[in-house]
Write a protein that binds this ligand. Structure first.
Ligand code: PGA
Length: 252
């Protein structure tokens, strides 16, 4: 079986003024760089306004920098948007696309997400493509079908381990303190890998990391990160406190 290096990613969302970002980035850089052989990748995705502040604090620590969204175009008349080339230029190696908050707040569809992922990948960024069912999808027994459809429509056909991560984030678990059961998470991740196999072939699907997000905290990380098809976490709330972020990484 392909060995996949875990990815622990912090999604800061719309949080962090410059002073907060500076402090948090410094603490994260310090705990990661103090490890001799971390054995996992660590990524932070701050808001655009503090990107440079965070970049400066992370320099030399090995912690990776990512963004929370990107436009599909290289440049042009798109007021308020940021292109993949700009993110690359700002020091990013990763970008989250299709987060459920983007899908619900800004009406981004699977078609948009696929175009964003493609644009990111062709600019040398790794796209973290988010998928996940709503509470009513899960209650009606449709979770697997909904997520299968999202993966099929959102992941570019050229995706490979080097430029793609899938983040499974059940919408009802994000920021709510509710977490999917380990059995449900493993079932979903395995199913996502099967869908990826159908789309991209078994070898590529075996190398692509599938990470879990939705109220991952120090006290549930161990159980979740130990699951066979869980290759890391996308962490919101708990990534805003260096100590809890670090605690989670200890389960890798
Ligand atoms: P949460 O957010 O950890 O606060 O639930 C996760 C996410 O939305 O990426």
């Amino acid at each position: 079986m392909t060995k996949r290096r875990p990815l622990i990613a912090g999604n800061w969302k719309m949080n962090g003024l410059r002073a907060d970002a500076e402090k948090l980035a410094e603490e994260i850089a310090s705990f990661y760089s103090s490890k001799k052989e971390a054995g996992y990748d660590l990524l932070v995705c701050p808001p655009y306004t503090v990107m440079e502040t965070v970049y400066n604090k992370l320099e030399g620590s090995g912690v990776l920098l990512g963004a929370q969204n990107c436009h599909v175009s290289e440049k042009g008349a798109h007021t308020g948007d940021i292109s993949p080339a700009m993110l690359k230029d700002a020091g990013c190696s990763h970008v989250i696309v299709g987060h459920s908050e983007r899908r619900s707040d800004h009406g981004e569809t699977d078609i948009d997400v696929k175009a964003q992922a493609k644009a990111a990948q062709s600019n040398g960024l790794l796209a973290i493509i988010c998928v996940g069912e709503t509470e009513s999808d899960r209650e009606s027994g449709n979770a697997l079908n909904v997520v299968r459809e999202q993966v099929r429509k959102s992941a570019p056909e050229t995706s490979k381990a080097m430029d793609t991560v899938i983040a499974y984030e059940p919408v009802w678990a994000i920021g709510t303190g509710k977490v999917a059961t380990p059995d449900d998470v493993q079932e979903m991740h395995k199913d996502i890998r099967t869908t990826l196999s159908e789309l991209l072939g078994q070898e590529k699907a075996g190398g692509i990391r599938i990470i879990y997000g939705g109220s991952m905290k120090p006290d549930n990380a161990k159980e979740l990160l130990a699951l066979a098809d869980v290759d890391g976490g996308l962490i919101g709330g708990a990534s805003l406190i260096a100590q809890s972020f670090e605690e989670i990484t200890k389960s890798c």
